[in-house]
Design a binder for this molecule. Sequence first.
Ligand code: IPD
Length: 273
Amino acid sequence: MSVDLDKCFEVVMELAKAGGKIIRERIYNKKTVNTKSDRIDLVTETDQEVEKMLISNLQAQFPDHRFIGEESTAEGIPCELTDAPTWIIDPIDGTMNFVHGYPNVCTSIGFTVNKITEIAIIYNPVLEQMFTARRGQGAKLNGEPIHVSGEKELKQALLGLECGTTHEAEKMSNNFKNQQTFTPIVHGTRSSGSAAIDMAMVAMGGSDAYFEFGIHAWDYAAGDLLVREAGGVCLDPEGGPLDLLARRMLCAASMELAQEMIPKISQIYPPRD
Ligand code: IPD
């Protein structure tokens, strides 16, 4: 199947902007909030509406394409990554931020063909930050090229660390362990509350590294291409190749920085998607 990547990029940019308008208009309003796997794993009607809008419009333009969507998966649609052209969608990454009116929210969309990510969009409509990448063509913020910091030393690094959206004991204690290990070494740690934004920060050189366990393809597919196109690295936190369904991700501004981090990271192995 031949895929017109230029057309895909044009179409998805317009749809991301349309979804972003809905998110921007509602972020400071009262929401109807439901829970999914945990009492802090939240979903609003806006997450569901934006995902449905993105998928139905992409489906109308590209009837042969497949989809992995955060909210469709929550509703029971299997999360399957095949060689077919596939859109991997998180309508609102940072749902808890959206619920509270904390403006670190984005729509994250990755597009794969033969399991290779070709297009990345991470759009924060509240702060008007549109991060984009095409494979082999570099990474951009609002149309201007961006680059990772290139930082090589952990002791000089600003590190993204997240608490995630679960109070599950193993994950929480592993987070605390990693916080205890890394906080005394690095310059500082930051949590944006959105995996995709944490990755976009590494891509634009605002931070130097970020890792998390338990996230999903819709949280990191777009960020993976964005960081690599900005000159950084994305790996499994043990050092092997990144696996979009393994729910484990490390990105860094240089291979040297990733290699310094890997032996220090306390690892967990969440069930695969
Ligand atoms: C969550 C955010 C958060 C990360 C969680 C994710 P969601 O995604 O990316 O930063 O720590 O692991 O589940 O639920 O807001 O789409």
